[in-house]
Design a binder for this molecule. Structure first.
Ligand SMILES: C[S@@+](CC[C@H](N)C(=O)[O-])C[C@H]1O[C@@H](n2cnc3c(N)ncnc32)[C@H](O)[C@@H]1O
Length: 226
């Protein structure tokens, strides 16, 4: 069978994430993957093809979370580092993205690490019935998802539909201006919100060396909007 990664001329980076040494494949050039038709259709850009510092910060945070047997859904997984870390820690992981190619890389990175996980093509704004029909997740995770104004409202609508009433969402964000568009509506609906800032070990880009780790929990007694 053809290797789905080979058209992307993959590079493999050795990273330490969540206390584990991983070799992570990603396309050599994210810029070369820009597709003007896809951008004209729904303004999508191939951000999945890079390993973002928030993903590493989230993976490090996950090292302190008990994961064995817990149902985990990653949103916007990119090349899948947090999902791989959760799967290696015994989580029952579903990694999702709206790029099938991101899922190919996530599966390859999981296989290289000896981890088992499932993948699903998911657009937050139009989640597939198979996602909504699954048992609710104990943990929903995501890194650097809030870089466009439209992303916060889509995620604020989706989270109550996929997270268990006693579940947690852990979202890592490099202080993007649109992050409040996720946090504010959930807090207004009674969700609890804790935030801490950590210094990340990845490359420092325009968003700086700090990542915010947001922990969101549904209100006691139910998930409004579910
Ligand atoms: C900045 S990248 C972060 C990737 C990865 N989480 C990391 O930290 O390396 C944002 C990710 O969200 C995905 N994404 C953006 N909009 C999406 C949408 N509407 N539905 C599903 N995934 C989306 C992108 O394809 C990409 O993988």
């Amino acid at each position: 069978m053809d290797d789905p990664l080979s058209p992307f001329d993959p590079v493999r980076d050795d990273v330490v994430a969540g206390g584990r040494r991983l070799t992570i494949a990603r396309p050599r050039s994210a810029e070369d993957l820009i597709d003007e038709e896809a951008y004209a259709r729904d303004e999508r850009l191939p951000y999945w093809a890079e390993l973002w510092p928030s993903g590493l910060a989230l993976a490090d945070r996950l090292a302190a979370v008990p994961l064995a047997g817990r149902r985990v859904v990653e949103l916007g997984c990119g090349v899948g580092v947090p999902s791989v870390v959760c799967a290696l820690a015994g989580g029952d992981v579903l990694a999702t993205d709206w790029y099938g190619e991101a899922l190919d890389f996530t599966r390859a990175n999981a296989a290289a690490a000896g981890a088992r996980l499932d993948t699903m093509l998911v657009d937050w704004a139009d989640p597939p019935p198979e996602l909504l029909a699954r048992p609710r997740a104990d943990l929903v995770i995501g890194a650097d998802l809030l870089y466009e104004a439209r992303n916060g409202p889509a995620l604020a609508a989706l989270l109550p539909r996929i997270l268990a009433p006693d579940g947690d969402a852990l979202i890592a964000d490099p202080r993007r201006p649109h992050a409040d568009a996720l946090i504010d509506p959930l807090v207004a609906a009674g969700w609890s919100h804790l935030m801490r800032e950590v210094r990340h070990g990845g490359r420092v880009d325009e968003s700086g060396p700090l990542v915010r780790l947001h922990r969101l929990r549904p209100p006691p007694g139910g998930v409004p909007g579910a």
